[in-house]
Design a protein around this ligand. Structure first.
Ligand SMILES: [Cu+2]
Length: 331
């Protein structure tokens, strides 16, 4: 399989997604707009400096102001800048809002590698396998410090922040391998914190999912063995999560069948509006569930006592991903 190092013009890497094409249009517009104004301003300046250079006996005219010119140099740049803002906002919001049918892959950044967890329970390090022409949503977290996940060929970049989930998505259009960088200085081996996205054709993807290696020699499947102390067999991520809630004692206080124990049930929790003790409501997304486990007292559910112990330091990032995937599967 080839490594995509071709260039798309103006020194930019190849355009591996539709979003890349959108970003490049905006970038090229800004580039040529800058060239236009550079020539207008610097060219005009040079012309005027020569045309009106000091000559014997010259006396300048006294100019008090010109409302027309002032109006033009205020209104034209205002419209241009607002237009650039609207354009940038439109592309940005396309980049951050994943389609609802996107396939979810969990990404963990740690000093100094990238780990990927797939819904079916597979786990790889340094290699992110995705199917071509399918939207993929990355749900990202950090085991230690601030990292940033950047795929130049796809023009997507998102910070990976300790203590919370962030996300980004892409739909790969170009098969083969694409470089991933960490773009937030994160310590000694930051520059070596690399990975690659491997975009597979539908038949290669099907083979990879079944656990066979893919044409070209790469594509050895890493099935998670033991991580963070808990035995994680080759079962789906939600199934791993279910086992973890048993191993960590969550089941003493929580059910997954709708019945209330000491704490609320997980059933129907994900995506629902949770009423809190202070009268406010919150939508139960990935970050709410993570916070409920790490800082249970930060948001206490209405009608329950704040008796849940914190699991700070007791649940690793890969375990947290499995538990969240499990609760999410009980919609
Ligand atoms: Cu990093």
């Amino acid at each position: 399989m080839f490594f995509n190092e071709a260039y798309a013009g103006n020194g930019l890497p190849i355009q591996g997604t539709d979003v890349a094409v959108m970003w490049d249009s905006l970038y090229n517009f800004l580039l040529w707009l800058s060239v236009f104004f550079f020539i207008l301003v610097v060219g005009g300046m040079i012309y005027l400096a020569v045309r009106y250079r000091k000559r014997e006996g010259d006396k300048s005219k006294y100019i008090t102001g010109n409302h027309l010119i002032e109006a033009i140099w205020t209104i034209v740049p205002t419209i241009l800048l607002l237009g650039i803002f609207a354009w940038g906002y439109q592309v940005y919001s396309k980049m951050v809002h994943a389609p609802s049918d996107a396939m979810e892959i969990r990404v963990i950044g740690k000093q100094w590698l990238w780990q990927f967890q797939y819904e079916d329970g597979k786990s790889t390090i340094g290699e992110l396998y995705v199917p071509i022409n399918k939207p993929v949503k990355l749900i990202m977290s950090s085991e230690d410090v601030l990292h940033s996940f950047f795929i130049p060929n796809f023009r997507v970049k998102q910070d990976v922040v300790p203590g919370m989930y962030s996300s980004v998505w892409f739909e790969a259009k170009v098969p083969g391998q694409h470089q991933v960088f960490c773009t937030e200085y994160c310590g000694f081996s930051h520059s070596g914190m690399l990975a690659k996205v491997i975009v597979l054709q539908p038949d290669e993807w099907a083979a990879w999912k079944k656990g066979k290696s893919v044409a070209g020699g790469i594509g050895t499947v890493g099935v998670s063995g033991t991580q963070g102390g808990a035995p994680l067999a080759a079962e789906s991520l939600p199934a791993q999560g279910k086992k973890l809630t048993e191993a960590k004692g969550c089941v003493a206080c929580h059910s997954d069948d709708g019945s209330t124990k000491i704490g609320p049930t997980y059933k129907g929790l994900f995506g629902s509006k949770v009423e809190l003790q202070d009268g406010s409501t919150v939508v139960a997304d990935e970050n709410y569930i993570r916070e409920s486990i790490m800082k249970p007292q930060a948001k206490v559910v209405k009608g329950f006592n704040p008796v849940m112990p914190t699991f700070q330091g007791l649940v690793s990032e890969s375990e947290m991903n499995a538990i969240v995937a499990y609760i999410k599967s009980l919609k």
